[in-house]
Design a protein. Structure first.
Length: 295
């Protein structure tokens, strides 16, 4: 069975296509094969999953079949479903995505949760937040949505990524200032930020050779790897944050599997730090503040 089975000479119902697509994606070793086909059908038919379940006997038009053929072929070639659909969700909010930005991951939501918790507990929501390597803008935009009194700035080296982020800010009706900056080079700010958050590239060059095709062949390498040992950005941050983080400010930075000890070692030279685990109980985020002055 192949994608060539979808053709205009046969009348296909949504249910028949769902069954065919599930088997086809199993053969192609695609994750969540049935859900993948459901979401593609929903996109083509412009309906929700509930509406799809109620329309199983609906025949697809030739135009709808043509669109579905293209989508199934792209996914079979291991292009991420989010890029095919052109959208995804993060923290319950909608986001446009394309190959110029990293697809938001659920584990990154812990960054958002920790920042929101910290701001709420401070009883002062009129603060400044900097998101370094903003990409699609998912972190910055979500924080701006949940903490509307805060000033949120997102920076990225990629102009294409910043265009996607601006589009997402409009989609979610928030005001975020997006600026092009290379954080590994000179980085000056007018005033220190009270919170800094970042999900930097942390896959090492050696690990890049072993990642799944969806990442290796489709997601932007500049957002995945530092081209080194995976710690380049943490070394930079451990020095940079001394200058751009307010004296009583806080930072929240995501890191990769197995990097906890190395990242903690870099930051504890200048900051008091705590590591938080994600929902899978894997160390995922380092939190820090300037070391308390000893009088």
């Amino acid at each position: 069975m192949s994608e060539q089975s979808i053709n205009q000479t046969k009348i296909w119902t949504a249910l028949e296509l769902l069954r065919w697509g599930t088997v086809y994606f199993i053969e192609k070793k695609i994750d969540s094969p049935r859900l993948t086909m459901e979401l593609m059908l929903c996109e083509v038919l412009e309906c929700s999953r509930v509406q799809l379940y109620m329309s199983y006997e609906k025949p697809l038009s030739s135009n709808e079949l043509a669109k579905l053929r293209v989508m199934t072929t792209r996914r079979a070639q291991r292009e991420p479903l989010q890029y095919i659909l052109g959208k995804t969700e993060f923290y319950g909010l909608p986001f446009f995505v394309d190959s110029s930005v990293l697809i938001p991951r659920p584990e990154t939501e812990i960054l958002v949760e920790r920042v929101i918790k910290s701001v709420k507990e401070s009883n002062n929501e009129n603060i400044s937040i900097l998101d370094i390597g903003t990409g699609s803008g998912c972190i910055a935009i979500t924080l701006a949505k949940k903490l509307p009194e805060c000033r949120v700035v997102g920076i990225d080296i990629s102009s294409d990524a910043l265009e996607v982020a601006k589009r997402n800010a409009g989609l979610n009706e928030v005001n975020v200032e997006f600026i092009r900056r290379d954080v590994l080079k000179e980085m000056k700010v007018k005033q220190p930020f009270e919170i800094i958050v970042s999900n930097p590239p942390y896959i090492s060059s050696s690990e890049m050779k072993e990642i799944e095709p969806e990442l290796l062949e489709h997601e932007p390498h500049i957002a995945l790897t530092d081209g080194n040992d995976g710690l380049e950005f943490y070394r930079r941050y451990s020095e940079l944050f001394k200058d751009i983080l307010a004296i009583d400010g806080e930072f929240f930075v995501e890191f990769g599997y197995g990097q906890s000890d190395d990242v903690r070692r870099l930051f504890t030279m200048n900051f008091d730090c705590t590591v938080y685990n994600d929902l899978a109980d894997i160390p995922r985020v380092i939190y820090g503040k300037h070391k308390a002055n000893i009088i």
